[in-house]
Design a protein. Structure first.
Length: 81
């Protein structure tokens, strides 16, 4: 799709906000580097849980599948190491 412009980041941010308002717990922006909403945050306390940068992801503030800051269960596929 080389004949199309990129979606403006402001539109992606609005959609992210709407997704959260609709109850999605883990929305994030893809292919918008660097942007804070490229990562995944705890839906209860806002702690950074999955930090994404390009094609890499690092698990943060997790013990197993629990947020270390508030104890919220965080659903994900992968191995936090």
């Amino acid at each position: 799709m080389q004949d199309r412009n990129s979606t403006p980041v402001s539109v992606l941010e609005r959609i992210h906000r709407q997704a959260r308002d609709l109850g999605l717990r883990y929305p994030y922006l893809g292919n918008v580097y660097p942007h804070p909403l490229e990562s995944t945050y705890c839906p209860r306390c806002g702690a950074l849980c999955i930090e994404r940068r390009g094609f890499s992801a690092v698990f943060r503030n997790l013990e197993g599948n629990m947020c270390t800051r508030c104890g919220e269960r965080i659903e994900f596929v992968g191995n936090p190491g």
